[in-house]
Design a protein around this ligand. Sequence first.
Ligand SMILES: [Zn+2]
Length: 350
Amino acid sequence: MPDNTDSLDLRRYDRQMKYGPIGVEGQKRLLRSRVLVCGAGALGSVSAEMLVRAGVGHLRIVDRDFLELNNLQRQSLYDESDVASGLPKAEAAVRKLHRINSNVTLEPVVTDVQYRNVMSLMDGCDLVVDGTDNFETRFLLNDACLESSVPWIFAGCLGADGQTMTVVPGKTACLQCLMPDGPPAAGSLPTCDNAGILASIISVMASIQFTEAIKILCGHLDQVSRNLTVVDLWNHQFRTLDTSHLREQGNCPACVEGRRDWLHGKRGSQAAVLCGRNAVQVRLGDEGEFNLNKIASQVTAGQVTSQSEFMLRVTYEDLRLTLFPDGRVIVTGTEDDRHARSIVARVIGQ
Ligand SMILES: [Zn+2]
């Protein structure tokens, strides 16, 4: 592949290049690299901003949701005008990031990550950064990254607590080494909705993710952390647990035996209730199946309140339906999956 990094003005990265482990060579590697950021909420948007400022060449940002006012407390990439615009997060993120560094190629994708599309979302990427809000998607990313030998950086935050681990296929433990039985049962874990979250833990965990990302992209795989890092900011505790023995035990179904239960759709219910949102996601069709104009003209109940190329909003009684072109409807105002499905059927006649 031709190296066009020589023609770029590297002065904006001067302070970063002066940091020994990066240097000019590391910077050029960053400029040639492609990263998938999964989720453009708190962790994803903070990580994406740092990666764009650092000069990563190509960033693909995938997110299924739109912005709401209560996101602004911790999702520092966005502001009130983004909420007012009603843009999907991936789109709002890319517009903001382009103003920060216009040399970076930015690719927004408005969809949810599932076993059918995860491999194509990862296509051509050197690294995956976890900004998701649920363990099912993380186990899917774990499978997909093992399958394609692409490193990924897991992180999760709740309250003032966070945990993170870097997975380099063939070199480190994977998520399933850490949790052999898979994700905790649905509903068994607290969520941002009931446990809340402090903005500071996001910055800490995203900073660790970013640093691990830079090590990988600059070719310093030997310096990647082999630990699960657990942070409790409120009590000012930072713990690291060495995970290398987990892989050495040699009985992980995913990274040792090669099973891909999530990637093949055998596990994972694609939980419909959205974390912390009082909302349910209903999937009606496959990729690209919604013609929003057509649906807007056929709404049989409720009222169309706004429409753009990205989404169609319909209110029905005290519920708000947001339809996306990729065949999803987010029903806000309920956590009852069946109720949400029946309302969608009533409103758009399906
Ligand atoms: Zn494993």
